[in-house]
Design a protein around this ligand. Structure first.
Ligand code: ZN
Length: 634
């Protein structure tokens, strides 16, 4: 009986401890702390002792052991990137795993005061040892001077490799031929067990990377190269245990494009990675010297022939291990620009610059005239509120910079070498432009032409719609559909000519008879047209009829223009131009308005025509021309 009760209490105790372990974070009480030293120096932080075991703060691992540490407070998951491996642990779990392998820890990671603490055993696993010290401190240091990591990095756009060792070191670097390779000997450095299996990306000229123990105190890293290439070793001032190896860009192609060929004349150079350059001019004979830094020639020195127009020839050679030198033997202009091509950072182009000797804007004739000392390299774009002319490889002469008529245009210089001319055009104004060049392309004239209906508002009213089908032909052709289709075709033509078109309906929706003029009158339109197809009990009746409200002179004119052009465009019989004071649409609209009956659905032949899209297109064309003539655009 007693024994049983005893067992029961043990059971409850276990259950409660389990619950505590599950439902509250395990805290590491500050029962005992020790000053923490690493590599002989005091660490920013301290060690804690818990149940006889040393614990280190997570920050120690990232700040002193070069591991990238991630701790997810929600799930209690801990990740340490060390060497080539991602080590995973879990709060309150005595297991550490990496790449499919597992090991048990004597103590478990624990939380305290919002921070995470790892047992010292984890640091030892990373290659740290405990030093024998006297006194009340925990003293740690690296077991050996390990090569802890090699990473791909980027140095000014070129591929680089970053080495991190445990302690400062000395090194020797040299190139070897047959096969081409770069050797770096790390003195007194050891290979790091956790770095085995590291994967690195390679790009020209590097084809592979390997490391081996060369002698008792030397770790050798070898870069296999596609060819002998220059390199730089960049030491990090802030960390003497860090070193970066950067390879030169390879020159993979070079050539000359004469005038008239893809923006020529120009000399181009293609490289494996972005390069920078410096250039200068030398007289007798006239030469441009362009030095490309941190670049290696992929082959032998070469000579590229020019055409004598700008360039006689180009000599390309390896000037020193880090510099490729281009010498351009030139005729004429030695002002030039050497710059990477926009969106193609691996291509450098050397082009002559030209002087813009005149920029004139004639506001009355909307004409822009540009004169230059060389063939213009222009790009013209429409932008909101205007038009932009960009002139590549061009500079402004002083006189142009300070003079000329600038009313209505803006002139600016652009990097690395260009001129931008902006012509202001009021927004919403439809326009077109045409460009003419002088024969040698040293002069251009850009004329801005307004579209004939630019800025004009035209209102179209496709008759009927929705429940109101309008007239129906013997083959079942419904008027509301014809009206809408012709109106949409007409709308497209009007908009292409620069008009703004308002439709009373753009789909099969119903509008009342008085709603239509109400819509029309909301806009400041130049004219309004209602489109219909007719019906007559006598199937022989056929032809076009146009209606307007009596006594309105401009409406009468519009009716005449439309009647004439629609009959001409379609070949339909012209039946009549009529006035009708009862007709709501032309009477209630407050601008020149007509109602067009485009033909009879009750007539067999005309119904057949209405069913054809080519015919409806002819109707739209006729209506368009009538409108254009009425508005004096033609
Ligand atoms: Zn109708």
């Amino acid at each position: 009986m007693f024994k049983l009760a005893g067992n029961k209490w043990v059971y409850v105790y276990v259950l409660v401890s389990l619950m505590v372990a599950f439902f509250s974070p395990s805290l590491l009480p500050a029962e005992n702390t020790r000053p923490l030293f690493f590599e002989g120096r005091a660490v920013n932080g301290e060690a804690r002792i818990y149940q006889g075991c040393f614990y280190l703060p997570l920050s120690f691992f990232s700040e002193y052991l070069h591991t990238a540490a991630v701790w997810d407070k929600e799930t209690g998951k801990i990740q340490l990137q060390a060497g080539a491996h991602l080590l995973t642990m879990q709060e309150d779990a005595a297991e550490i795993s990496w790449g499919g392998e597992k090991r048990r820890l004597a103590a478990t990671p624990r939380q305290a005061e919002g921070g995470l603490w790892l047992p010292v055993e984890v640091a030892k696993f990373l290659g740290v040892r405990e030093e024998k010290t006297t006194g009340e401190r925990l003293s740690l240091s690296w077991e050996k001077n390990y090569l802890l990591s090699i990473r791909n990095t980027d140095y000014q756009g070129r591929p680089a490799f970053l080495f991190q060792t445990a302690r400062p070191f000395t090194y020797e670097a040299f190139l070897l031929e047959d096969p081409a390779r770069l050797v770096i000997d790390f003195q007194g450095v050891d290979s790091y067990p956790l770095l085995t299996g590291v994967e690195l990306a390679t790009s020209p000229p590097v084809t592979g990377i390997r490391s081996s123990r060369f002698s008792e105190d030397k770790l050798r890293v070898v870069f296999d190269l596609s060819r002998l290439a220059g390199y730089r070793i960049v030491e990090a001032a802030e960390d003497p245990a860090k070193l970066q190896v950067v390879f030169n860009s390879l020159l993979t192609d070079a050539g000359y494009l004469p005038a008239g060929e893809e923006g020529g004349p120009l000399v181009y150079v293609e490289t494996s990675h972005p390069v920078s350059s410096r250039s200068s001019f030398l007289p007798d004979p006239d030469r441009l010297v362009v030095d490309i830094s941190d670049a290696t020639l992929a082959g032998e020195a070469m000579t590229i022939p020019g055409d004598g127009d700008w360039v006689e020839q180009v000599r390309i050679s390896q000037f020193d291990p880090h510099t490729i030198r281009l010498v351009l033997y030139i005729n004429g202009a030695h002002d030039h620009v050497a710059a990477a091509v926009r969106d193609r950072p691996n291509r450098l182009e050397i082009r002559p610059t030209q002087e813009i000797t005149g920029i004139d804007w004639n506001d009355r004739e909307k004409r822009l005239q540009i004169k230059s000392t060389g063939p213009l390299q222009e790009e013209i774009r429409k932008i909101p509120g205007g038009l932009v002319v960009e002139l590549r490889d061009a500079v402004l002469t002083d006189t142009v910079q300070n003079g000329g008529n600038r009313e209505g245009i803006k002139v600016a210089t652009e990097d690395p070498s260009g001129v931008r001319v902006e012509v202001a055009i009021p927004e919403g104004r439809a326009y077109d432009y045409r460009v003419e060049f002088a024969k040698d392309k040293r002069e251009m004239v850009l004329t801005i032409t307004q579209l004939p209906l630019s800025g004009k508002v035209i209102i179209l009213d496709p008759g009927h719609g929705g429940i109101d089908a309008g007239a129906i032909g013997t083959r079942g052709t419904r008027e509301k559909e014809i009206n809408l289709d012709v109106a949409l075709r007409l709308k497209k033509r009007l908009e292409e000519a620069g008009a703004r078109v308002v439709m009373t309906r753009e789909d099969d929706s119903y509008l009342g008879l008085y709603e239509r003029p109400a819509v029309v009158n909301r806009f400041d339109g130049v004219l309004a047209i209602s489109l219909h197809a007719n019906f007559h009990p006598n199937p022989k009746v056929r032809g076009v009829e146009v209606f307007y409200h009596p006594g309105r002179e401009s409406s009468r004119k519009l009716a005449e223009y439309i009647f004439t052009s629609i009959t001409k465009a379609t070949g339909l019989t012209g039946r009549s131009i009529k006035t009708d004071k009862e007709m709501v649409f032309p009477r209630e609209t407050q601008m020149p308005s007509v109602l067009v009956e485009m033909g009879f659905l009750s007539n067999r032949q005309e119904e057949e025509l209405f069913r054809k899209s080519e015919f409806r297109e002819k109707l739209a064309a006729g209506l368009f021309l009538g409108i254009l003539r009425y508005l004096g655009g033609e």
